[in-house]
Design a binder for this molecule. Structure first.
Ligand code: KG4
Ligand code: ZN
Length: 362
């Protein structure tokens, strides 16, 4: 099967072409543009998508050496996401499907992040490059050893969700953030702390510096490893008896802490913040695995690129699948991967972008 996939839900414009032999992904990141405002301005994001969409489509098809006539289906991220960003992808896909007479498959962005686990690593990393290209050596489905039901943790700039996956394509939402997403918390705190966008990588880099400094201090002073970390933030909703999250209070805690302790070392604030976010993510994921008797854990979304989170999720009782770093952040490869498991094309004239599309069992 040959699939053309388009992803424009937030600030990455990405096009992928999947064939039985390989998968070509072409991604244009807008990070440099949004760094100026410290976050994504929807109107600006949509304009950027429009500017690069046609060149990326041409590039992806040329690199894949696939003609429009050879395509079997077109897939597009239809939600959730920023409405104006989604519309660029959706209207492009609708027009192509009509013109080329191809069936069109609307794909949920969250499903895409989970489906990134069906993919092998890319040859080159397109993470945070202004424009990047990558081709996969081969394309497979879920690893044969991947067992279901699985629990999926999707953590990104827009989402923090726990899902039960009975099999690829079949999902049940079991918990979600009630306000900000984990990545959003990283991004907003970075703004408070005058660190560059996106906040996740910049806060993580600072946190790493703090941990290295503690290690050096411990080695020099011969103190036991349990030496306390001076700054601490509570992990929100850690003790709630459900699988929901909340991160907006943590952002406020960081804001007040910064105001009340202007000389507190930035790196230590970042380490405490990262710990508070990761602690609740890991704890609730472990509980979900237990309650749903999951046989594996699937992780996805931009925050899954966080090395500390990856490290802490390794230590579970079930096999853990985390996509390679370059497939954690938004890309069209994951949309193509998800589209394989769909068999109902959309009505070309009826389907619409849905910024709040919730993944439900089908
Ligand atoms: O999945 P994604 O590319 O876009 C959305 O669907 O939102 O995720 C972007 C988010 C941003 O909030 C960014 O700060 C976060 O992922 N992120 C990270 C890391 N890399 C990206 N958060 C923590 N640690 C990282 N290394
Ligand atoms: Zn995403």
């Amino acid at each position: 099967m040959r699939i053309l996939a388009i992803e424009t839900s937030c600030d990455e414009t990405s096009v992928a072409v999947l064939t039985p032999k390989d998968l070509t992904v072409v991604t244009a990141s807008q990070i440099d543009v949004h760094r100026i405002t410290g976050g994504v301005v929807p109107e600006v994001a949509a304009r950027e998508h429009v500017q690069v969409m046609i060149p990326l489509l041409k590039e992806a098809l040329a690199r894949a050496a696939v003609t429009p006539q050879q395509l079997d289906r077109i897939a597009v991220t239809t939600g959730p996401g920023l409405m104006t960003s989604l519309m660029v992808g959706v209207e492009t896909a609708r027009t192509l499907a009509y013109g080329w007479q191809k069936p069109l498959f609307p794909i949920n962005h969250i499903e895409g992040h989970i489906a990134a686990n069906w993919l092998p690593p890319l040859d080159t990393s397109p993470v945070y490059e202004p424009t990047a290209f990558a081709t996969m050596r081969a394309f497979s489905g879920p690893a044969p050893a991947m067992q279901f039901p699985a629990v999926a943790l999707v953590v990104s700039g827009g989402h923090t969700e726990l899902l039960c996956v009975s099999q690829p394509g079949h999902y049940e939402l079991i918990g979600a953030t009630r306000d900000d997403a984990a990545g959003e918390c990283f991004d907003k705190c970075a703004r408070i702390l005058d660190l560059p966008y996106p906040g996740g990588p910049s806060i993580s880099a600072q946190a790493e510096q703090a941990r290295k400094a503690w290690q050096t201090r411990r080695a020099e002073q011969g103190q036991p490893t349990k030496q306390v970390q001076p700054v601490k933030f509570p992990s929100p909703m850690l003790t709630s008896h459900n699988f929901d999250f909340s991160f907006s209070g943590l952002k406020t805690a960081v804001l007040y802490f910064r105001r009340d302790h202007p000389t507190a070392p930035l790196a230590e604030i970042c380490a405490a913040l990262e710990d508070a976010i990761i602690h609740v993510l890991v704890d609730k994921t472990k509980r979900a695995i237990k309650q749903y008797q999951a046989k594996s854990l699937l992780v996805g979304g931009g925050v899954a690129a966080n090395l500390r989170l990856r490290e802490q999720l390794r230590d579970l009782d079930v096999p853990v699948y985390i996509p390679p770093l370059e497939l954690c952040t938004d890309n069209a490869a994951m949309i193509a991967a998800a589209a394989q498991f769909h068999d109902q094309p959309a009505d070309l004239f009826a389907f619409q972008a849905d910024p709040n599309w919730e993944l439900t069992p089908r």
